[in-house]
Design a protein around this ligand. Structure first.
Ligand code: ADP
Ligand code: MG
Length: 501
């Protein structure tokens, strides 16, 4: 029997406000334990929560961004509710969250996979406060409680069970991660817990309509763990059913050391939490004026930018998605495009595909290697653009362009990325002083080709007997004879002509 995996994600994004969601205490990460927990956060009797406007605005930014800027999915009136449970790091005995009426209802995230696009529907996004942390080390057999995180604003983003593989779930989580940073509502720092995923996973026979029983994997804080955990969990569920067992709804933990998931507790249902509206907080009312003001402050969205790269620049959906995975990378790409133009050349005349390939293959590769954000790229978009301009003009060949780029990037690395390497003027100065100009002179290239043909009779023989590889070897020899500066297209033409005669 063939099986299908079904996944729905709950993501907790920590909103980047300076103070907490219901108190004025700081949200700064890394302070000594309990240094940032005020009377409201530690639940002293008689204190009252006051909602943080910045947190509400960030939730609205998110709502607009996942609904094509339309505010139909934003509840003009939503309600804070108490979710009651006992845990030492939850001093009030309840978490303030939203239940029946969340601030955002619905929306979509479009994910781009190699084999096409897919829309993942959002169920809701609601505001809530984070709990504190229990510390189990360094306390000589006791546990410590740090309430610095208590009251930190979270946006919980819940998807429909629309994903069908670990790859889709990761693509969705990445798209969401990129979006919350893009619209500046969350710093996305996964090590510090600013963006964490719970994955709900079930399996069913392929073609079945009804959903299987799900298990929920808690607190996955890296995309790799998300992928591994879902893959393991789905396999485990299929094997369990095939062995005659049944899946029991449960909350499970992923152990990165073993790569396995393990049941933590049977899952509670909503009614276990005794939700009710928090009488200390009035309903959250969002006015049209607030929405209009927030809409006016929104940047171009990744989705819009992706479509623009496709329609205006003629890029493939996949390339456009790679370039808009990160706001700064897209900006870098556009800077490269602008600087690749000759004086007075209109934007439409740019070689978008060439620029995209360089940013995707060269810049992104180096950023990944060095684990750097796009804003720290070792070579500026102006410098790379200028290198590509000289390449397009035929002043240098692709090899020289790559050498210059790598050399400049190394300069930045040497400064530990405190500054960028190279600049547009040095591109020209180096081409001049090192004599890097591409050799396109017909006569000179012909002489070199003749010499190479004379010295490589064996390759010529092989080529004539049908070995395509021998042709490349001859081009390589000729390029070498030009000190790497020959125009490969011209050399190839001359070679072909001479070999045919
Ligand atoms: P909670 O986990 O708090 O009980 P919900 O019941 O609303 O909340 O479900 C949370 C998540 O579980 C959603 O992302 C939803 O898409 C997903 N989900 C629900 N049922 C299934 C299922 N059978 N298989 C996979 N995911 C599911
Ligand atoms: Mg859940």
């Amino acid at each position: 029997m063939e099986w299908e995996t079904v996944i729905g994600l709950e993501v907790h994004a920590q909103l980047s406000t300076a103070s907490k969601i219901f108190s004025g205490a700081s949200t700064q990460f890394g302070a000594p334990p309990n240094a940032q927990a005020c009377a409201v956060d530690i639940a002293l009797p008689g204190v009252l929560p006051v909602a943080n406007r910045g947190a509400v605005e960030r939730a609205i930014r998110f709502g607009l961004a996942v609904n094509g800027m339309s505010a139909h999915n934003i509840n003009r009136r939503s309600v804070f509710a108490r979710k009651n449970y006992f845990y030492p790091d939850l001093p009030k005995g309840y978490q303030i969250s939203q239940y029946e009426l969340p601030v955002v209802l619905g929306g979509t995230i479009n994910i781009v996979l190699r084999d096409g696009e897919k829309a993942v529907r959002l169920t809701r996004a609601h505001l809530e406060e984070d709990a504190g942390k229990s510390l189990h080390e360094d306390f000589h057999g006791m546990s410590g409680i740090d309430l610095n995180r208590a009251g930190t604003p979270l946006l919980e983003i819940v998807s429909e069970p629309d994903m069908r593989s670990a790859e889709e779930a990761v693509a969705y989580a990445r798209a969401l991660h990129s979006l919350v940073r893009w619209i500046d509502i969350c710093d996305g720092n996964m090590q510090e817990g600013s963006f964490r995923c719970d994955a709900n996973v079930s399996v069913r026979p392929k073609g079945a309509q009804a959903l299987g029983t799900r298990r929920e994997i808690k607190n996955l804080n890296s995309f790799r763990f998300l992928q591994q955990a879902i893959e393991f969990e789905a396999r485990w569920q299929i094997e369990t059913i095939q062995d005659g067992g049944t899946i029991v709804q449960a909350t499970v933990l992923f152990d990165p050391d073993t790569g396995e998931t393990r049941a933590m507790r049977t899952k509670e249902d909503a009614h276990d939490y005794r939700y009710f509206p928090d009488p200390d907080l009035p309903p959250l009312v969002v006015t049209e004026a607030t929405i209009a003001e927030i809409r006016a402050s929104m940047p171009e969205l990744p989705e819009q930018r992706r479509r623009r790269y496709m329609s205006e620049f003629g890029l493939s959906a996949y390339d456009a998605a790679l370039l808009t995975a990160d706001r700064e990378l897209g900006e870098h790409f556009e800077e490269v495009v602008r600087h690749s133009l000759k004086e007075g050349e209109p934007l439409a005349g740019a070689d978008f595909k060439l620029c995209a390939n360089w940013v995707i293959n060269e810049v992104s590769a180096k950023l990944n290697e060095e684990n750097l954000p796009a804003a720290k790229a070792g070579v500026g978009g102006d410098t790379l653009g200028h290198i590509l301009r000289r390449l397009r003009e035929g002043a240098i060949n692709a090899k020289t362009a790559k050498d210059l780029f790598s050399e400049f990037w190394s300069e930045a690395r040497e400064s530990a990325y405190a500054r960028r390497g190279g600049d547009p003027r040095r591109v020209d100065a180096l081409i001049e002083s090192r004599g890097l100009k591409q050799m396109s002179d017909e006569g000179a290239l012909e002489a070199i080709v003749d010499q190479v043909l004379g010295a490589n009779a064996k390759s010529v023989e092989e080529y004539r007997s049908g070995k395509q590889k021998a042709f490349n070897a001859l081009i390589g020899q000729a390029m070498k004879a030009t000190g790497g500066k020959g125009n490969p297209a011209r050399i190839s033409e001359i070679l072909r002509r001479k070999l045919a005669s």
